[in-house]
Design a binder for this molecule. Structure first.
Ligand code: ATP
Ligand code: MG
Ligand code: MG
Ligand code: MG
Length: 438
């Protein structure tokens, strides 16, 4: 993409209403614009990052055996009356009336809709287990939308729902998501700690919030220092029931809890290794048994001919919130530092002198070799601007690599290659530079 042809409204000053660094940087780097309180437009660069986050989430859901579908954002109130949540949900739910005065709502979550869909489609034990997910916009009329996309009112969520014949099956489905979540966040360069979370009236120990440590986070968290090691990917057979349980057991052996679930015995046990911090909830997994299936009359035929009410779980990831969390974890004074896996482009190509024919020709050639407009790997700053402004823009938007083409270097047959994360710069021939960023 040529910078002269895209929409990238970068700004030097931080907007006054942005309190945390990720919100400031998302506005300054031209990723988003607020269109109403807690509602954002995704500008071209921001949308590319959002799509990359979404792709990683989707790949890890698929790998864990979940199946994608897409449910609508608008739902009927009657559906929510079946579970009893229409009246219980409160003012966070955006309620709408259509022209025939029918009550509708903008979905804050999808337990009711997926239960109705599965109830009408599944007949017997052969249709289970299943885990279904979608990646869809949600609306919650938060009392205090703030911190940009971290707590928006309209936000993108991946939500998955599992259906099993019994509790043991549901635990396996839960474990699949547990490991899938750790891998998902690790691929984005994040250490997300699974913390025991409240299960409400259902009880039991099967709910975890995945929390990324950040001083600006809204949750108070307590954890064993063992969690400070970097995240690793688990390569696992998701069908291996015992193997998966062992992995989850290994992870939950180290203490980690939010404020509501502190355990003084385990904290005493951790002793000197106990840490306290703040964190951002990027995911939440939950087993809730037959809460919705029973209320909404879902039954399937068992192998022995009897009827079974399926056991369910739900599993959310804050796809749009993750963008803020990644920036909180990865930035410096110059701006954002995108992990390669989510970067909107891998390479920023800077032509220092748009008015110099040799520089323009060499830059155009590099642009084509990096894939040009179609490849989606390179953002080419071909504008007629000062070099200093171009450097500042590239640092701000945080692409992993920068290639700088200037008249002096070109006379020697070299360009400058910079790694955004370390600031390390080297002079290389054009061929070598191309190879390094390949
Ligand atoms: P929070 O405690 O931050 O209000 P929640 O517990 O209400 O979140 P869940 O119902 O568990 O949220 O939804 C699943 C995920 O959706 C959360 O873990 C979070 O990552 C994301 N999420 C929830 N609310 C918002 C929001 N207002 N803006 C952006 N992401 C959100
Ligand atoms: Mg909430
Ligand atoms: Mg929460
Ligand atoms: Mg939650």
């Amino acid at each position: 993409m040529r910078l002269s042809r895209t929409l990238l409204p970068v700004t030097k000053e931080s907007p006054a209403d942005a309190q945390i660094i990720s919100h400031k940087l998302m506005l300054r780097a031209g990723l988003i614009r607020q269109t109403a309180a807690g509602i954002y437009a995704w500008l071209p660069l921001g949308l590319r990052v959002l799509r990359n986050i979404e792709r990683i989430v989707r790949e890890e859901q698929d790998r864990a055996g979940a199946v994608e579908l897409l449910m609508p954002t608008l739902q009927s109130a009657d559906l929510w009356r079946e579970s009893g949540r229409y009246d219980a949900y409160g003012p966070e739910m955006l309620r709408i009336k259509d022209r025939h005065d029918r009550e509708m709502l903008y979905g804050p979550t999808n337990e009711e809709m997926i239960t109705a869909l599965f109830r009408d489609a599944a007949r017997s034990y052969r249709d289970l287990p299943r885990t279904l997910y979608h990646i869809q916009w949600k609306f919650r009329d938060e009392t205090r939308p703030r911190f940009g996309v971290m707590r928006g009112r309209e936000f993108l969520m991946k939500d998955a729902y599992s259906f099993d014949m019994d509790e043991a099956g549901a635990r396996h489905s839960y474990n699949r998501m547990f490991v899938a979540y750790l891998n998902t966040f690790a691929r984005m360069g994040l250490r997300a700690i699974p913390m025991q979370a409240d299960t409400g009236p259902i009880g039991g120990d099967l709910s975890h919030e995945f929390i990324v440590l950040a001083p600006t986070g809204e949750s108070d968290v307590f954890y064993h220092s063992n969690w400070e090691r970097p995240a690793e990917l688990s390569s696992v057979d998701f069908d291996d029931v015992d193997g998966l349980q062992a992995i989850v057991g290994g992870y939950t052996a180290d203490y980690a809890a939010t404020d509501e679930k502190r355990d003084s015995a385990r904290e005493a046990e951790a002793g000197e290794a106990l840490r306290q911090s703040r964190g951002v909830e990027v995911g939440h997994i939950f087993y809730f048994g037959t809460k919705y299936s029973a209320a909404m009359g879902m039954k399937v035929q068992a192998r022995d001919g009897g009827e079974v009410v399926p056991h369910m779980g739900s599993y959310g990831i804050g796809v749009s919130r993750l963008m803020g969390a990644i920036i909180e974890a990865s930035h410096d004074d110059g701006g954002i530092i995108w992990p390669d896996a989510v970067a909107p482009y891998q390479v920023g190509l800077i032509n220092m002198r748009a008015d110099d024919a040799a520089c323009a020709a060499a830059s155009d050639d590099l642009y084509a070799k990096l894939g040009g407009a179609e490849g989606g790997r390179v953002l080419y700053d071909d504008r007629d601007e000062r070099g200093g402004a171009k450097f500042a823009t590239m640092d701000l938007i945080g692409l992993p690599w920068q290639i700088v083409v200037g008249p002096k270097g070109l006379a020697k047959g070299v360009v400058e290659l910079k790694r955004r994360a370390t600031g390390e710069k080297v002079e290389l021939s054009i061929e070598d530079a191309l190879q390094r960023v390949a």
